[in-house]
Ligand binder design. Structure first.
Ligand code: KIV
Ligand code: ZN
Length: 521
């Protein structure tokens, strides 16, 4: 970004759709990525890293669609320091008005020796050549020195100087493995400012992983020492233990402006909404006691605290719930609510569905409202999300009956529809879920191995919908999906069926890509 900048403003680079989606168990479909990107734009992030275009045809399509459809933030795509990655990335991000190519290459001794088998000089040569190559396709290029926190500081300084000379406008100093501690990491950044002569020609960015629970603290140490961009994710999602949590970093800067004298341009009142959306769509729950967005973050249990809060909230609250967009109860709709109110509510929650999807979602809502007294925002998000499962030629669950109990053999009878074709079968298993999944295998003739099955209540109460997230292995391919229902066997069967549909969809995409000769690692 070349515009003249307020020197105390920290750029927020959101990588929920790239590093966040690499979180074990997280998987987002095309529509979900676009919805999240719109929500990130409403949150006013500066940069959205929308994916890794060379990784798969689906990733490419999502980055391109985000670049085409989402206005406001810069849209970045990730690329290794190789020409084919950069070409593919350029093709995706340049579909929009504010593209960025983000190239990365490891610099630490351990990565040079064991992963890349390259000498220092070769690393510098490749980084410079690929930054220049990317600059020919895009004016905004970021370079990341992967594993920078474990790189020899003198060599890191040489890399940073060289890539800035080659045209990188942002240079990222990632703590890829979450090894850094705040004072050392802060010193590393300060050292770069002291030793790299051209450093003021670029924005220094940081990207901290949370393996030691220090990602936010390290990011803060970095900005206190001159870094002016922070790469983070909603709810701290990301590879392994995740990344710096956007909401924690932003609220720390805001709440302790007296100490940091730094700010972001984040619209903090959107934080709660985006956090929920990301949690619902990825199927990764936010721990109750998580800072800022956990269910307990603003709950006061102890009598002394409650008394203080009633007298003056500031006695025990350093932030107001409304600062992050929590406003009273979200219990909104009931079975007498009409289509108009339903559509309006979804729009206010940031969900953009077509007319036919609204109709299908509304019918599903009425069905649910018949079974369940209270419908919460999270129920609505889950219903809307179902409409985004956009696999063509998908199998649909048309009928499910299970019988199980003490002393009986669990059995399931299922009917599946695929287009106009209807198939049914029955099977037994260790329990009702196992029986249902085995019957799906029999009907589809696709055998999956269930790696993970997790169940989460979407809201509160005995009648709460259960959301099941499954991870299934089909040969070498692992797919995950989720589904919700007030009946958890049905939710499990639907989630498993979504994995089968996703597998078929991926196979079709790969077939189409190989016909067109698109690279597909
Ligand atoms: O953790 C890391 O180093 C990364 C880079 C690709 C920025 O995610
Ligand atoms: Zn990362």
């Amino acid at each position: 970004m070349t515009e003249s900048r307020d020197k105390n403003r920290v750029i927020i680079f959101d990588t929920t759709l790239r590093d966040g989606e690499q979180a074990p168990g997280a998987s987002l479909n095309h529509r979900e990525k676009i919805e999240i990107a719109h929500a990130l734009a409403a949150l006013n992030v500066d940069v959205i890293e929308a994916g890794f275009p060379i990784a798969s045809p689906g990733d490419f399509a999502a980055v391109k669609a985000v670049a085409e459809q989402v206005r406001g933030p810069v849209i970045a795509g990730l690329a290794r320091c190789v020409e084919k990655d950069i070409d593919r990335c350029a093709e995706a991000v340049c579909a929009g008005p504010r593209p960025r190519i983000h190239v990365f290459l490891a610099t630490s001794a351990i990565h040079r020796k064991f992963k890349l088998r390259k000498a220092r000089s070769e690393i510098i040569r490749q980084a410079v050549a690929m930054v220049k190559y990317a600059r020919r396709r895009c004016a905004d290029v970021e370079f990341s020195a992967e594993d920078a926190a474990r790189t020899e500081p003198d060599f890191l300084a040489q890399v940073v100087e060289a890539v800035i000379d080659a045209g990188a406008g942002t240079v990222n100093i990632p703590d890829t493995v979450g090894y850094a501690i705040p004072n050392q990491y802060g010193e590393l950044i300060a050292g770069l400012y002291e030793t790299v002569p051209n450093i003021h020609k670029a924005v220094i960015s940081v990207h901290c992983h949370n393996d030691l629970g220090l990602a936010v603290a390290n990011s803060i140490a970095a900005v206190q020492n001159g870094a002016r961009a922070v790469e983070c994710t909603i709810n701290g999602l990301g590879e392994r233990a995740g990344n710096c949590a956007l909401e924690e970093f932003v609220m720390a800067l805001r709440t302790r402006a007296d100490a940091f004298h730094l700010h972001t341009q984040i619209n903090t009142r959107e934080i709660h909404r985006v956090s929920r959306m990301v949690s619902r769509m990825t199927g990764i729950a936010v721990q109750r006691n998580k800072a800022i967005v956990g269910a307990n973050a603003f709950a006061h249990e102890a009598g002394v605290h409650q008394d203080g809060i009633l007298k003056d909230r500031r006695t025990y609250e350093i932030m107001r719930p409304e600062d992050i967009g929590i406003e009273g109860s979200d219990l909104v709709l009931g079975k007498h609510s009409g289509r108009h109110a339903f559509r309006d509510k979804l729009t206010r929650m940031g969900m953009t569905l077509s007319d036919s999807e609204i109709e299908a979602a509304y019918n599903r809502f009425i069905e649910l409202a018949d079974k369940k007294k209270h419908i919460y925002d999270d129920d609505l998000l889950s219903i809307a999300r179902e409409q985004m499962d956009e696999m063509p030629n998908a199998y649909l669950l048309d009928y499910l009956h299970v019988s199980a109990g003490t002393g009986t053999i669990p059995t399931a009878t299922l009917r599946l529809k695929r287009g106009t074709h209807v198939s049914q079968d029955a099977g037994c298993g260790d329990g009702p879920v196992d029986a249902a999944l085995k019957t799906i295998d029999r009907i589809t003739r696709i055998r999956g191995r269930l790696l993970d099955f997790s169940l989460q209540a979407i809201t509160v109460g005995k009648d709460a919908m259960g959301e099941v997230t499954v991870r299934v292995q089909f040969g070498k391919e692992i797919v995950s999906a989720k589904a919700a229902s007030t009946d958890i066997v049905e939710a499990g069967a639907k989630a498993y069926l979504s994995c089968v549909n996703r597998l078929l969809f991926n196979r079709a995409l790969r077939k189409a890509a190989s016909r067109k000769g698109t690279p597909n690692p």
